[in-house]
Design a protein around this ligand. Sequence first.
Ligand SMILES: Nc1ncnc2c1ncn2[C@@H]1O[C@H](COP(=O)(O)O)[C@@H](O)[C@H]1OP(=O)(O)O
Ligand SMILES: [Mg+2]
Ligand SMILES: [Mg+2]
Ligand SMILES: [Mg+2]
Length: 374
Amino acid sequence: MSAQAYTLERSVALSAVTRASSLTSRVFASLVSKSDPSSASVTKSDASPVTVGDYAAQAVVNIVLGAYFPDDPIVGEEDAAHLRKPESETLKRQVVQLVNEALALEEKEVVAQKKSWGDGPVSDEQVLAALDRGNHQGGNKGRMWALDPIDGTKGFLRGGQYAVCLGFLVDGEVQVGVMGCPNLPLDPKDGLPKEGDAASNSRSDLGVAFIAVRGQGASQRSLSSSGKEQSISMRQLTSSGLEDASFCESVEAGHSSHGTNKRIAELLGITKESVRMDSQAKYASVSRGDGDIYLRLPVGDGSYQEKIWDHASGSLLVHEAGGIVSDCRGKPLEFGQGRTLKLNRGVIAAPKGVHAEVIRAVGKALEEEGRGHL
Ligand SMILES: Nc1ncnc2c1ncn2[C@@H]1O[C@H](COP(=O)(O)O)[C@@H](O)[C@H]1OP(=O)(O)O
Ligand SMILES: [Mg+2]
Ligand SMILES: [Mg+2]
Ligand SMILES: [Mg+2]
């Protein structure tokens, strides 16, 4: 593949994610932080929350993608079913207004062959149709996008970490990954913002876009200015350096088994406490060496199937930053199987030099728990 592959997909994805991230930051500042989190979200049938920000961000990204790549299928987390109900009129109004504001933002990304999404504001129907364009069932043939408009909605509602995640796939393989992390600092030395602290959430150094193209490396840049891209990479570790390593995991114990993760760390000789954060920001932070290993061990009977939009962009970022991403058995993630990673269980991301050793420790820990079959 030439060094120039997927230039348009990369810049359009960055433009879409930048607009959507600015939208979600504004939603947090104006709506979520001023209200009780339970009133800022709607509970979906699987008991997970969705907000005005999730709907509006998905519509914005899909409208931008639709202008450039009208024939590309999109596998997105959300759809418009709830917004079409008569009782959702107010929520729908808010979504449409946010979408129009985000589309009207001055273009920070210079996308060659600038395309427009029509004259004047987009209508309610265009917004609902754009949301429903995310209904594609996935598969391993041809071009496709995978979108999580807000990954880590619970983190978003708490003022913690969340990410706007967009991956571009060809024949079931991720080729471009762009992730907006509005609450991560550009320089990790500045530390993570304190959750639920308004001053901390409005820090001007927060907001990072992460970008990876297969074979072209990984980089980051500020979400708020058109600053230069800096290339990023993982810390390369060997077995002898594992006691200095750190690992990250979900905040939610229901998403990744904290107990198993702890035992794996112990088996590897890792002495530092885990860093807990929501969303694919975990992939981003190990990609630039803030942490080293991302452990996401299946909970319970391991029947949960990870969704492709929860891993597409993050896994390419780690791969391009010098790491290996696999499931808990060491098998590559298979993105061409539909909307979920149905052939995989759990996720492990680690630097190349220690990935095999981490997988051995994972196997041993699962064996000890009587979950060796996972
Ligand atoms: N049982 C589960 N195991 C693993 N991941 C889950 C589970 N239930 C929901 N998720 C998804 O994990 C992601 C958040 O992960 P993290 O804990 O790393 O922040 C969300 O996309 C969330 O889905 P949803 O968006 O529907 O809440
Ligand atoms: Mg989501
Ligand atoms: Mg998600
Ligand atoms: Mg969700």
